[in-house]
Design a protein around this ligand. Structure first.
Ligand SMILES: [Fe+2]
Length: 142
């Protein structure tokens, strides 16, 4: 029987920051998290593989973001980096559990969905507002 009470991430326009590279990476990040929902039936078999993909892609994405936010930003990039590092260590430690606990894992997925939503919609956009002069309507800065 399908047990699908939690909802996948719908990457609606309110997730968009207006920087093409960052937005595309956020889409990929969300699609990796959504794979956890797609595999709700056989999650025990796939969760390690998906979380490893999530960890690797998150590291890659955070590095892009930190380089981007870090350039001449008037805001506290250190604080933002701390949030990134905290997220990475939570994802990392989730893979260390020897025994799979469905209920705890469901809570963990819920955490991922909420963290990403708030981080992208609030924290990343806050960083972006300090760089609003870089956002162009056609993504062409030449
Ligand atoms: Fe970020």
């Amino acid at each position: 029987m399908a047990e699908r009470k939690k909802t996948m991430i719908k990457f609606t326009d309110d997730y968009l920051c207006g920087i093409f590279l960052i937005d595309e990476q956020h889409k990929i990040l969300c699609s990796i998290v959504n794979r956890l929902f797609e595999h709700s039936q056989d999650i025990e078999e796939y969760y390690k593989e998906i979380l490893l993909d999530l960890e690797n892609y998150t590291r890659y994405h955070f590095a892009s973001e930190e380089a981007f936010w870090g350039e001449n930003s008037p805001l506290d990039v250190e604080e933002h980096v701390k949030q990134h590092n905290g997220f990475i260590s939570i994802v990392e430690s989730s893979m260390e559990n020897q025994e799979f606990d469905k209920k705890r894992f469901d809570e963990f997925i819920e955490f991922l969905v909420q963290w990403l939503e708030i981080h992208i919609k609030v924290e990343d956009k806050k960083m972006l507002r300090s760089k609003s002069h870089l956002v162009t309507s056609d993504n062409d800065e030449r």
